[in-house]
Design a protein around this ligand. Structure first.
Ligand code: CAA
Length: 270
């Protein structure tokens, strides 16, 4: 496995665990960290053997404490635009990874921390996790698509409440408003994330990737176009031997074993 400055990547049973590690700044997203993250995401996206990705933060305290405030303090408008564009590009790459992804939120996820968590498919939070978009308290707005993904995930009113007030919320509140899908005891966070990942691994990796594609692409379309697109992607399932294996197992009352051959790396076009 390649060595990175701010990330560790571990691979086990088709599950890659990416850990962001910048302990001195509670894993804050400096330009250097976001730039390296782009490489990590490209590398893991290309790994044939990886069927599910988990992303978490190093240490007991923080998932990601946001964009790097000390770096932003020195920025002018052009630098601000460049930093936001970089963050948005990398988070879009995360959102469009071919594999299903899980953010295991182990502590503070503020500003860019909440934003990066939202770029993953599913969020599991430790009972110690704290979310929020504190940017307006710093004289800026969320710059890594927080103004876009948050209202899409939890609705416009609640997103505005959080962004205007820069309020911090705990894991239970994040669960209540639909920002996270599960809250688990801090000590069992990674076990729970890996158990969910293993359950996903037991399904057809081909079908799971296509389901992700249908959801992500479909949500960008009007409903009728999205259902047409779904039909196209549904048809695409029948090009892969996982469909034969999954249905053979049902008919023969056995257990399907998927081999992950010929996984789609990019989104099938209509
Ligand atoms: N940027 C840069 N450094 C940060 C940081 C950040 N976002 N968050 C924490 N750090 C640094 C601190 O400066 C401190 O370093 P020093 O010891 O060198 O001073 C170290 O990490 C430890 O932090 P604290 O001493 O503050 O730890 P704490 O336990 O007292 O508090 C915390 C933890 C509540 C998370 C607090 O650090 C905090 O509020 N951090 C900032 C959170 C924030 O506002 N994030 C949003 C940033 S803006 C953004 O993200 C824009 C965007 O859309 C990309």
């Amino acid at each position: 496995m390649k060595n990175y400055e701010y990330f560790r990547v571990e691979l086990e049973e088709h599950i890659a665990v990416i850990t962001i590690s910048r302990p001195k700044a509670l894993n804050a997203l400096s330009t250097a960290v976001v730039t390296e993250l782009e490489t990590v995401i490209s590398d893991v996206s290309e790994m044939e053997d990886v069927w599910v990705v988990i992303f978490t933060g190093d240490g007991d305290k923080a998932f990601v404490a946001g964009g790097d405030i000390k770096e932003m303090y020195e920025m002018d408008p052009a630098a601000g635009i460049a930093y936001s564009k970089l963050g948005n590009r990398v988070l879009s790459k995360i959102e469009n990874m071919p594999q299903p992804t899980i953010a295991a939120v182990n502590g503070y996820a503020l500003g860019g921390g909440t934003e990066i968590a939202m770029a993953f498919d599913i969020r599991i939070a430790s009972s110690r996790a704290i979310f929020g978009q504190p940017e307006t308290g710093l004289g800026i707005i969320p710059g890594f698509a927080g103004t876009q993904r948050l209202p899409r995930l939890i609705g416009k009113g609640m997103a505005k409440l959080l962004i205007y007030s820069s309020a911090r919320i705990n894991a239970e509140e994040a669960y209540r408003i639909g920002l996270v899908q599960k809250v688990v005891p801090h000590s069992s966070l990674m076990d729970e994330a890996k158990a969910l990942a293993a359950q996903i691994v037991s399904c057809s990796p081909h079908a799971v990737r296509l389901a992700k594609t249908a959801i992500n692409q479909g949500l960008e379309m009007d409903f009728q176009s999205a259902t047409m697109y779904e039909a196209h992607v549904f048809g695409h399932c029948f090009t892969n031997e996982d469909q034969v294996e999954g249905m053979r197992a049902f008919v023969e009352k056995g257990k399907a074993v998927f081999n992950g051959k010929a996984l789609p790396k990019s989104i099938p076009q209509n």
